[in-house]
Design a protein around this ligand. Sequence first.
Ligand code: SER
Length: 873
Amino acid sequence: MKSAEIREAFLRFFEEQGHTRVASSSLIPGNDPTLLFTNAGMNQFKDCFLGQEKRAYTRAVSSQKCVRAGGKHNDLENVGYTARHHTFFEMLGNFSFGDYFKRDAITYAWTFLTSDKWLNLPKEKLWVTVYASDDEAYDIWTKEVGVPAERMVRIGDNKGAPYASDNFWTMGDTGPCGPCTEIFYDHGADIWGGPPGSPEEDGDRYIEIWNNVFMQFNRTADGVLHPLPAPSVDTGMGLERVSAVLQHVHSNYEIDLFQSLLSASAKAVGCTSDNQASLKVVADHIRSCGFLIADGVLPSNEGRGYVLRRIIRRACRHGNKLGAKGSFFYQIVGALVAEMGEAFPELKSQQAHIERVLKAEEEQFAKTLEQGLKILEQDLAELKGNVVPGDVVFKLYDTYGFPMDLTGDIARERSLTIDEEGFEREMEAQRVRARSASSFGLDYNSLVKVDVATEFTGYTAHSGSAKIVALYKGGQSVDVLSEGEEGVVVLDQTPFYAESGGQIGDCGFLQAGAARFDVRDTTKTGGAFLHHGVLDSGSLTVGSPVQAQVDADVRHATSLNHSATHLLHAALRQVLGEHVQQKGSLVDSQRLRFDFSHFEAIKPEQLKALEEIVNAEIRKNSEVETEETDIDTAKQKGAMALFGEKYGDSVRVLSMGDFSVELCGGIHANRTGDIGLLKIISEGGVASGVRRIEAVTGAAALAYLNAAEEQLKEAANLVKGSRDNLIDKLSAVLERNRLLEKQLEQLQAKAASAAGDDLSASAQDVKGVKVLAVRLDGQDGKALLALVDQLKNKLGRAVILLGSVHEEKVVLVAGVTKDLTGQLKAGDLMKQAAAAVGGKGGGRPDMAQGGGTDAGALDAALALTVPFVEQGI
Ligand code: SER
């Protein structure tokens, strides 16, 4: 059975058991800041298990793309060295949200694996583990399903803490968790390895293919397990592993899906054997990198971007080991798309983007890879013992961009380990250095009690009454704020928008009788809105009422820029492609700034098209509509959501006609026509693969155009023209300028020639040589050169030195006629003369140039000519 057929059979089997087929979610967990990447099928259902989200179904089935290359579940270091570890894999899973529990979960799994209608695996090849104390599961397996006790293994807390066990699954440090029962496949005695729980369990003989988790608890940060509202089921079966079993191969890398990736990798790196660990690393890594980039991650130095960078760099290094020349990794994307683009269309649509990102990263790393490897070789040659010290690992990281695990990988190939703790110490020391180099203001976020919740009334109002619930001054909670003091006011409700989603916080004032607090900025921490500002007059007391008034003009201009940002985002995707993803945004009353992923400068005609599309949408004057709904409905409507952004159960969908649908909590125009006009004022790059556009709207756009028109008028005045004939006038001025320059050149040449005639008469005879040393202030080097040439022709056997003070500098040109260069060299004369004016000079024996700064010494320099000739002849 092909992998694609297995995937489909799994989904169908569970559909037949009443499960709803749910699409894979993004690798970037959209609603979970505790997760680095989607690492299991259950991630997208986390809130269903916790009882915080209700869906239309209680049974679901999916094939989920997963990355395990960082965070709690990290397989990166094993990849390439075992038959079954990957950075990217597909997890087939069935889920019950308070519906069925242990008995059904076990029976479904067994039926799908062993029934001749489905996978038809030999029962005697299957082993089962249960959590040591889970008698219920043990009994179902042995008494109801009939697995013999000798192929059952109980596994307890084998990882050094309560509930830390291979058979107790937790998503991360917090979240849903529970005991699990795992099904293993025995690949046969010819493969090394022992059954689960035995000392040889890490071998490749017994491979876990399916994990059934009985979700029962929610683990909170304090380590306490709270029972879930209803016992649930979360299962996961690695598609690659089960494919290996069904395709009768022992390694995942031998399955159909990997064949084309391995041969494409071999071709790209230019090696012949496709059974080397390094090639497997490359073939594995192209999947995680391709999928991560398709889901919006870009290589960077932190968070998800750094994990991606680590994987790419590890692939580069392994390709390099196999002899790859130049960039190779990006060349494998085509094979990945051919293999998986059907099941995952995002790969297809983003192919060019993925290739560009990988190529750029490879090129960047190539610059330091070779040098870093050399340094490492030197350090390893001098190494005493078998641990690479932390400072070496850090130096490679800091100077050559070697992620720690890359150095670890190289060390491991030589049976060495690295001093991870030493590396972390160096990293921490660097962080401290960085921190002390920057100074931070007061962090009110850490001060404000999280249980204060401010109700936001600002979507519909600019003003309103409220009660002060907390006051802060100089980082301390206070009861009273007095005149002249700077501080933070927290209200029970407020019309002030707090900075988020790129939109700046509102400004305005709070009034309580004679007291007036000037609000300069508004931010949010937890549920509390913080009004930052200065008390201009009076005093404020906790518990007292205030009247809040937002600066409506600033807010209005900001809202236009925010709405225009959405239009621009949608237009960018239309003009540049679907790979465009928001990478940052700043919206204030003056302008909008939008950062997005794109790999080259935007062409002028594309910028024009963007403006035209956005302005056409503005003229359509569509209503800006908002709707509160759940995230799935929002996504079905095609709402653009930000990767990595946390969205709650209820999200706000903002649409403008059928042109733009985005999740957004910001303040917007009522209709697109309110924006009036959008004018792009700049475009440029801010980081590798990230571009920035700045634009103005509304009154600011008009002001921008007016200023441009003023400049145009001024320019027209200068050439005594008008806006209409400015170009003609300017062209005429330029043409006239060109003609005048030409005439000037001709006149100068004439003048020089005439001067030459006069000058030749003043040459003096020194031992049969005509010697001429003259000062011609105002002439530049070019004119002097032409003159020396002429004089040489006129004078015959001659030595000439001309000097001039031009633009406050001394210019010198010396010439010697050819018949004399055997005895007298222009270069030698020049050296003396230039030195005399505090400069340098030189040239050929017959012609030399030089200069200096000491204009007062020019006459003395010229006077050197006669003695020079006298001595030399
Ligand atoms: N969440 C469990 C796992 O990842 C079962 O899907 O193993």
